[in-house]
Design a protein around this ligand. Sequence first.
Ligand code: ADP
Length: 416
Amino acid sequence: MEMNPHPLVTDDAFREIFHSMSEGIVMVDEGGQIVLANPIAETIFGYSSNELTGLTMEVLVPQNHRGHHAQLRKGFNKHPEPRRMGFGRDLTALKKDGTEFPVEISLSYTRVKGKVLVMAFISDISERKKSEEALKRSEEQLIIYAAELERKVQSRTEALHKTIRELEKEVIERKRAEEETRKALEKEREFNDLKTKFVSIASHEFRTPLSTILSSIALVEQYKQRNDLDKIDKHTARVRSSVEHLTAILNDFLSLGRLEEGKVEVINEMIPMESFFHDLIEEVKPSLKKDQHVLLHLKTEVTAFTDARILRNILFNLISNASKYSEEGKNIEIHVSADSKSLSIAIEDHGIGIPEEDHKHLFERFFRAGNVSNIQGTGLGLNIVRRYIELLKGDITFESEYKKGSTFTVLIPLNA
Ligand code: ADP
């Protein structure tokens, strides 16, 4: 390529470097006139060979920066130093055809014959900018994607949490339903058990009193012909006692049925204890054994606010047991006392007692201790008693010494 060297450019080696550089180089004199541009510079700016030489360098600066640029150039001439141009901002340059394009420019200088010759090393960074922008765009896109993704993850997580919550609810609901079904089945099973037990107890427990009744009636017939009134009385009493026994069993089953169905209603009222106990003792007298008496130890007059019918059933049951599990002539003692909170009724007998190992099962339905096999009973009474006491919000405890006697103590809250 033919060069048109300026008189200031003399060095061949310098010219060689100048040509082979991959950056565009434009050399400018102090007045801002282009002294020399290498071929790359000409290509970058769209000028033909040598066309730039002699032009003012401001032709390469976009119109709106020109005035300012001339200013900067003068400043640089005064204190020249190698540096990058336009540091920290985007530089653009102007092509011959008027298009602006991004550039990176480093400035350097040399002194030739006392004159400052400025060298601008110019790179067209259009491609880099394009890829930077593309990168920026894809980064932005990425951020949008990430945000979108996060939003999706969040909404999915929420949906998941919701599903989990619903599932948990369903599990709880199902468990509840299962529990209910289990309870219903359990109840049904218990009820069937009860029916089976009833049939077996009825057939066993009813047989003796019924055959007693039958034989006693037959005997009464005979004694009537012989006019033996004593024997008639004896057998009439037997019939009565057998009927009472049957009634007691039926009553127990009836009570249990009503308790099971939750049909027992508590109706509290003010009850003076002294008259209550006198009535109760009168009522229980006919079923006591020979020479058995109920002795009442009532220290002070107490009035309890409770359900008289239920309390009567509880105590009737306990006194009947005390009599049943004691021999003839053994008295039953009732100790009544009260403090500010509760009424305490202890029923003490001097009977057969309860073997230690049976204590823990005593209130279980159908349970009978090991020492009572020859005494009639169903094992229902104490279970009924305990459930009645629960209805009255009371409590029952007992103490017993084998072959010596037992004391059952009922506690009834006074202001239930
Ligand atoms: P039942 O008297 O019909 O057998 P209960 O439920 O009333 O049934 O009593 C359960 C068991 O507790 C009795 O079988 C008996 O072994 C024992 N028991 C209850 N009260 C007494 C008592 N006063 N003395 C001795 N044992 C008793």
